[in-house]
Write a protein that binds this ligand. Structure first.
Ligand code: NAG
Ligand code: NAG
Length: 758
């Protein structure tokens, strides 16, 4: 124990200093000196230090700097393709001196989005990983297996570096499982929000080893359903490496994620300590485990896991869960069946009688029947509805079915235990107290889940585009919450002696909040340094050049192109900057790829409303060089076009075939062109340092040559994004930024858009 205490404190102070060093260079987008040189050198220095420190121990530490080049397509954001060239990975292999056959992988990323110091996302995880590496390397007894610590330098570029590692690095084949450390918020506890696929031994290992485990299978099922607009390296390791893993993330205070406010001082020290302790313990446990060596044997099955009162994590195999769930549902039916006044054997009749019950409740409510009976009916109907949810979720193999299971089992058992008391004395004080105690556990757990939902979704609504009205989403969530929480308490309210006071109390709460909400006192954004909630905006100072079929420039314009991240659009900005108003709203040019604007991610379906304010042309010092190298007909009747592009670290390529032309193959991903939601093609390109020119090709299949084609077969456009350095800003951009209110966070850069038709 003593040893543990000492190592925990060392861990904490050095971790903070690592975090401060990494973030001190500022934003670290891929391709910047900050990311590729300063941060890489700092990490290598620290790793060398750890290596020297632990040289006399039983472990060896090997460092490899990888600069992978590759390409892949994924379904994220409606489907898009990625190409990367010489991004940075620092892989550190820690193993017993005799060597290891099987490896655990721990992953963090040190790059950040443009204009954010990225302390929580994800420098803090890399800082923690450095210290965990140090502690493991220092162990006096050797680990059974090895651990690869991957400090990856291109995650914000949509998961490129992890792809480079898992598909190309020689150590990747030995990796049996991974832990990924991510951020969707700042601080709080880190939550296990997905595990698997399958491999229940991994969750078991986490639950067993972590000092402060915090996990819920509900989170996993919600995240994997796709309603949260973000993704992690987990996807890459799972889909391209076929490796199971654990995804951990900080989730609290998502308001400042990806903004300039994501600084080290906002990360709570407790969070760092807790994360460090957990990861150290879990990695150590897994690197000692038998399962890692032969994970195929333990592969099958899923786990139901959830946190109870923040104290213990309950975990059991999914098939056990299914049995428990069906038992609980059956018990409900038996209970209701016994109570039903017209017992018949036919199930159909029973179900019918339940429906009648439901109707009866409503009718009785209107007619004002005796309270006692009504209270009973409310209880039965609640039980019935929760059982229906239980059966539905269980039948669909969702592990989250444990929630309705708790909401059925606890009330039912409580009710049965209290039957005698109820018969003898009606709703006595004792009955009330015991009834509430019996419901306490499922209710507290349910309220915790609801807290997580609000904690995650409220900030997300500030960055999920101009099309989703946050008030409607939140109102729905609140209404559902009230319905869920009130289910078993309606029974209680009806039985309570002083219904009058209860209703008066609830009525007052309702009126007060209604007044507060309607008086418009609450402004959604704030720059309060202790708890900022910025409005998110993207501003690109861009110059667009459109070429016609003959190769001549058809039109050219420049402006500040403004994207709102949320539903309020520019309505709060317009009073302060009057020229940003709806007269400059853009409309989509359907004949141009991606409406003719320089999207750096294919999020055009989320952020449909944007604004374009005329401004002078931009002249970046490193302009793009674009060349069509060849255009030839293939033997199999397609047209193959080959291009060469030299430009800044971030570019987007957009392809829009016209009329009856389709892309049949290309040089990206697995060779099969991947359409996005709108039927266009989006390729995200980025490079680290010293990358060669970008060469690519595609083949077009044209079905009918004879029609006139005013737009040609295909429009090819690309945009260059200057995310850092002297090319990032212009005078006009700076002036506009100065005029933005403090409560807005405008992430801005210079870009160019070029379109050609063939
Ligand atoms: C590792 O061991 C060295 C020397 O044995 C010691 O100085 C150092 O503090 C230890 N570090 C950690 C993190 O345990
Ligand atoms: C809206 O913007 C246009 C163009 O920037 C400007 O001329 C006009 O005055 C603005 N309208 C208002 C009401 O401020």
């Amino acid at each position: 124990m003593h040893q543990l205490l000492i190592s925990c404190c060392i861990l904490y102070f050095t971790t903070i200093s690592h975090l401060e060093r990494i973030t001190s260079v500022g934003p670290r987008p891929v391709g910047s000196r900050e990311n590729e040189v300063l941060t890489v050198n700092f990490l290598l220095e620290q790793i060398e230090h750890i290596k020297a420190d632990s040289a006399s121990g039983p472990h060896s530490v090997t460092v490899d700097v990888q600069k992978p080049t590759g390409s892949f397509s994924i379904d994220f954001l409606g489907g898009f393709t990625s190409y990367y060239d010489k991004v940075s990975n620092i892989a550190v292999r820690l193993e017993p001196k005799a060597g290891a056959q099987h490896l655990m992988l721990a992953n963090c990323h040190f790059d950040s989005v443009a204009n954010s110091p990225g302390a929580s996302d994800d420098a803090v995880s890399c800082a923690v990983m450095l210290e965990v590496l140090h502690s493991l390397a220092n162990l006096s007894t050797p680990l059974r297996h090895g651990v690869v610590f991957l400090f990856n330098g291109a995650e914000e570029n949509v998961l490129q570096a992890s792809h480079g590692f898992i598909t190309q690095h020689p150590w990747a084949k030995q990796v049996r499982a991974f832990i990924n450390l991510e951020a969707a918020g700042v601080g709080g506890k880190e939550v296990v929000f997905q595990t698997g696929p399958e491999n229940p031994w991994l969750v078991q290992a986490y639950v067993h080893a972590a000092k402060h485990p915090f996990a819920s299978v509900v989170g996993q099922e919600v995240f994997q359903s796709g309603v949260i607009p973000s993704d992690t390296d987990f996807r890459i390791y799972r889909d391209f490496g076929n490796i199971p893993g654990i995804d951990l993330a900080f989730i609290e205070n998502g308001f400042i994620y990806h903004t300039k406010y994501d600084t080290p001082d906002r990360i709570l020290t407790d969070s760092i300590q807790r994360a460090g302790d957990n990861i150290l313990a879990v990695l150590k446990h897994l690197a000692m485990s038998v399962e890692l060596a032969d994970s195929s044997q333990y592969r099958h099955g899923n786990m139901v896991f959830f946190d109870l009162l923040g104290m213990v994590v309950v975990a059991y195999p999914a098939h056990v869960g299914t049995i428990i769930n069906y038992l609980a549902a059956m018990a409900t039916f038996l209970y209701l069946f016994k109570k039903s006044s017209h017992p018949t054997n036919a199930t159909a009749v029973v179900i019918l009688s339940w429906l009648v019950t439901l109707l009866t409740v409503l009718i009785l409510a209107v007619l004002g029947v005796r309270r006692l009976e009504l209270g009973e009916l409310y209880f039965d109907v609640s039980l019935l509805l929760w059982s229906a949810a239980l059966i539905f979720l269980t039948a669909n193999d969702l592990c989250s079915a444990y929630v309705p299971m708790l909401m059925v089992a606890f009330p039912l058992v409580t009710k049965l235990l209290l039957t005698r008391e109820f018969r003898l004395r009606g709703v006595s004080m004792k009955y009330s107290i015991l009834y509430q105690l019996g419901l306490g556990l499922p209710y507290v757990h349910f309220m915790f889940l609801i807290w997580v939902v609000f904690e995650i979704f409220t900030p997300i609504l500030g960055r999920c585009g101009t099309e989703i009205p946050p008030d409607v989403v939140l109102a729905t969530l609140v209404a559902l919450t009230v319905i869920f929480l009130s289910s078993f308490f309606l029974h209680f309210i009806y039985l309570a002696r002083s219904t009058k006071w209860l209703l008066a109390g609830l009525g007052t709460v309702f009126t007060v909040f209604l007044l507060l909400v309607s008086c418009g006192l609450f402004f959604p954004y704030t720059a309060d340094p202790s708890a900022p909630r910025p409005k998110r905006v993207f501003i690109q100072h861009t110059t667009r050049t459109f070429h016609g079929l003959d190769g001549q420039v058809e039109s050219k314009d420049s402006g500040l192109w403004i994207n709102s991240f949320d539903y309020t659009g520019m309505q709060h900005i317009t009073p302060l900057i009057p020229e940003i108003n709806d007269t400059i709203r853009t409309s989509c040019h359907d004949d141009r790829p991606f409406c003719g604007f320089p999207w750096f991610l294919p999020i055009n379906f989320l952020a449909k409303k944007n604004w374009y304010l005329p401004a002078p042309e931009v002249f970046p010092k490193s302009p793009v060089k674009f060349q069509l190298l060849s255009k030839e007909e293939t033997k199999w009747g397609t047209v193959k076009m080959t291009f060469e592009v030299k430009g800044p670290s971030h570019m987007s390529l957009y392809l829009k075939p016209h009329q009856d032309a389709t892309l049949s193959s290309w040089s990206f991903g697995d060779g099969t062109p991947k359409l996005d939601l709108a039927g266009e093609y989006f390729i995200f390109y980025s490079h680290g340092l010293d990358a060669p020119v970008w060469n690519f090709w595609f083949e077009i299949q044209v079905l009918n040559i004879h029609f006139g084609r005013p737009l040609g077969m295909i429009s090819v456009a690309f945009s260059a994004h200057y995310f850092f350095g002297e090319d990032q800003r212009t005078v006009q951009l700076n002036n506009m930024l100065d005029r933005f209110p403090k409560w807005a966070f405008a992430s801005s850069w210079v870009s160019t858009y070029h379109m050609y038709r063939y």
